[in-house]
Ligand binder design. Structure first.
Ligand code: GLC
Length: 639
């Protein structure tokens, strides 16, 4: 039995046992695993381990009682995050509606669309100048003034709870800013805090590391170490020079970060986004990503969190190779005991690949080869987020398609980043390295799918096509197994925001082009059914409402890809004991066909007709084929 199931069992007895007793029980059942994980990272550290057990007790005591009660309700309910009723949105609070109070005033907007899960981008204190959108943290729980106060956040989380809405916040677990109190103490010469980071008096170790470490931001922050004049030492900075990597080989760091985590979740957070967790452990001679110790560490965080806040779950932000991502659900003895959720970055990249190539072969090849996830875990399905779109596609599979991996990646970059005059996309290149040809893509969904170019050139056919593509991709992530997450503004076709070019702290980072402000004027005009914005909004709203009404969309590990024999079509099925939905998506600019007899055999055609849940009608199959219009999406109901 995995830990979550065990806890659910314990929680079902909660009426007779007090909250505290239940915590003791949880600690007792988890103690062996905690010990094993802890000692595998920090061998022979008995004293610190005893300290950890005391810390866990005190963290539980500090958890507000209403959250302790909610934890138990969640455990009784089982895997709440797998429900078909959850639909998420990601947003920057200040770009959405000024601050936390402003956000609270707009909760009815989410109700209208059907969104009930919010991922707020970092809201804690950060350096004044460059701060990587708040991912350089000065605190893990103090709210930055620009967003409001701690009270504002507590008010918001209280309201969200009362509306059965969920909140996800980031825990920037890999690094702090160079202004974080520990970094300041380290700079002042405090050896204890210098050991909280990877600091070195000379280049010997940094040079040894650099031999195999890749660069995350090669253009703006080349190399992985920064010389700090005050400390007269090199410090590891895998991301930006002002983001100092935490040294988890030091158990003190783990303990202190666990305490930070508890303070964050006690604000009423339901899902913790474990930021950049692939980087948590470093070893000379490796790329220092996805190392086994990083997994052990994540699992240790998870099992500890499970003792003092068992209703809170973790999302793995591991934008790494497909076969590596799945490992963040846990493997072997920790299967199901790392993160409950992970970004489906593979599906995301493959959808963009399918739009550019108009074909789905590479998507099938890649997805079918990903091992099954544990049943208690799930994907966050998304089209794009606040970051760049990386082309995390296996080179081997690209070759098997008969394409040259380097050439194919160059084609994708050219297609999306204005390298091909005929392409409808208007994206920007991110961190392009002319030496290797590697690069990533930035741009809003609408601009990448042609809406911006269509409006610029007043091309109505292109405009209609862009709307269809925006709905198509959203419809796929809304129907796929897992929790769908929409980027705020994409639901109304928001275009690229070029204002970052005028801001010195942002202009080198083109990810800001895809972090536009929410346009409330457009939203006020959504009743005008003729605008592309309103068409997108109302069609997504409908898809969301269909999803929420049909239990088959709950994540019961019930997604199955089927080959259709047509290279332009994606076909997958969601089934449960009672029902089934067949999702059919056409990625081509022409009408495509699928053999109707195959669909009939699957149970989706009866009396020569199929029922499309989206159009809410039965459609006769007059030829022997199912005809799917350019970029059309069908959700067929099993009859
Ligand atoms: C994650 C965030 C990204 C940030 C990085 C460093 O990848 O999504 O925005 O730059 O972590 O914290």
């Amino acid at each position: 039995m995995n830990q979550a199931a065990l806890h659910a069992l314990l929680a079902s007895r909660a009426n007779t046992e007090g909250l505290k007793k239940l915590f003791d029980l949880r600690l007792a059942t988890n103690a062996t695993l905690i010990k094993e994980l802890y000692f595998s990272l920090y061998p022979k550290d008995e004293v610190a381990f005893e300290k950890l057990l005391d810390v866990l007790k005190s963290l539980f005591e500090k958890r507000p009682e209403k959250l302790q009660t909610q934890d138990l309700e969640r455990l009784k309910k089982g895997n709440w995050y797998q429900s078909e009723e959850i639909v998420g949105m990601q947003l920057y609070v200040d770009h959405f509606n000024k601050d936390l109070k402003g956000l609270k005033n707009k909760l009815s907007y989410f109700d209208e669309l059907g969104v009930n899960f919010l991922h707020l981008m970092p809201i804690t204190t950060r350096p004044k100048g460059e701060n990587d959108g708040g991912y350089a943290v000065n605190s893990y729980h103090e709210i930055d003034k620009r967003y409001g106060t701690k009270k504002d956040l507590l008010d918001l989380t209280k309201t969200l709870r009362s509306k059965n809405m969920y909140l996800m916040l980031d825990f920037v677990v890999n690094h702090t800013s160079n202004e974080y109190p520990w970094a300041k103490k380290a700079m002042a010469g405090d050896k204890k805090y210098q050991d909280f980071y990877y600091t070195y008096a000379d280049r010997t170790i940094p040079d040894a590391f650099e031999k195999t470490l890749p660069e995350i931001f090669p253009k703006t922050s080349p190399g992985n170490f920064t010389y700090n004049e005050k400390m007269q030492k090199w410090v590891m900075t895998a991301f930006n020079s002002y983001q100092w990597d935490l040294n988890y080989t030091n158990p003190e760091v783990f303990l202190a970060m666990l305490t930070n985590l508890s303070k964050l979740v006690n604000l009423g957070v339901d899902v913790v986004r474990f930021d950049a967790l692939a980087f948590l452990w470093k070893k000379i001679g490796t790329i220092s990503q996805n190392l086994p110790e990083a997994h052990t560490l994540v699992s240790l965080f998870k099992v500890c969190l499970q003792t003092f806040a068992p209703g809170v779950i973790l999302l793995a932000e591991a934008i790494v190779a497909p076969r590596e991502i799945i490992k963040y659900f846990g493997e072997g003895m920790t299967r199901g005991n790392e993160c409950e959720l992970a970004y489906n970055a593979s599906l995301m990249a493959l959808l963009w690949n399918s739009i550019a190539t108009k074909k789905t072969g590479l998507l099938y090849k890649s997805i079918i080869n990903i091992p099954d996830k544990p049943d208690s875990c799930g994907w966050i399905n998304y089209i794009r987020c606040h970051d760049d779109i990386g082309l995390g596609i296996d080179d081997g599979f690209i070759s098997e398609m008969g394409w040259n991996p380097t050439g194919h990646r160059r084609f994708l970059l050219d297609y999306y980043c204005q390298g091909l005059p005929w392409s409808p996309a208007k994206g920007l290149l991110f961190m392009f390295n002319p030496k290797t040809g590697d690069g990533r893509i930035t741009g809003s969904t609408a601009s990448l799918l042609g809406l911006e170019k269509a409006l610029d050139t007043k091309d109505t056919a292109l405009l209609d096509e862009a709307v269809e593509k925006i709905v198509l991709l959203h419809g796929i992530v809304l129907a796929y197994g897992g929790l769908p997450l929409i980027y705020a503004g994409d639901e109304i076709g928001t275009l690229n925001d070029y204002s970052f070019l005028k801001d010195n702290t942002k202009k080198e980072d083109s990810r800001w082009v895809n972090r536009p402000h929410q346009n409330w004027e457009i939203i006020a005009g959504l009743d005008d059914a003729t605008t592309p914005n309103s068409k997108i909004f109302h069609r997504l709203k409908k898809l969301i409402s269909i999803r929420k009404k049909n239990k088959v969309f709950a994540d019961n590990s019930n997604v199955r890809l089927h080959h259709s024999g047509n290279d332009h079509i994606l076909l997958f099925e969601r089934t449960d004991k009672k029902s089934g939905v067949l999702v059919i998506a056409n990625f081509n600019t022409a009408t495509e066909v699928v053999d109707a007899s195959a669909i009939q055999k699957m149970g989706y055609i009866k009396n020569s007709a199929f029922e499309d849940m989206i159009q809410n009608k039965k459609i006769k199959v007059s030829s022997g084929f199912l005809e799917i219009a350019p970029y059309q999406l069908l959700w067929l109901k099993k009859s």
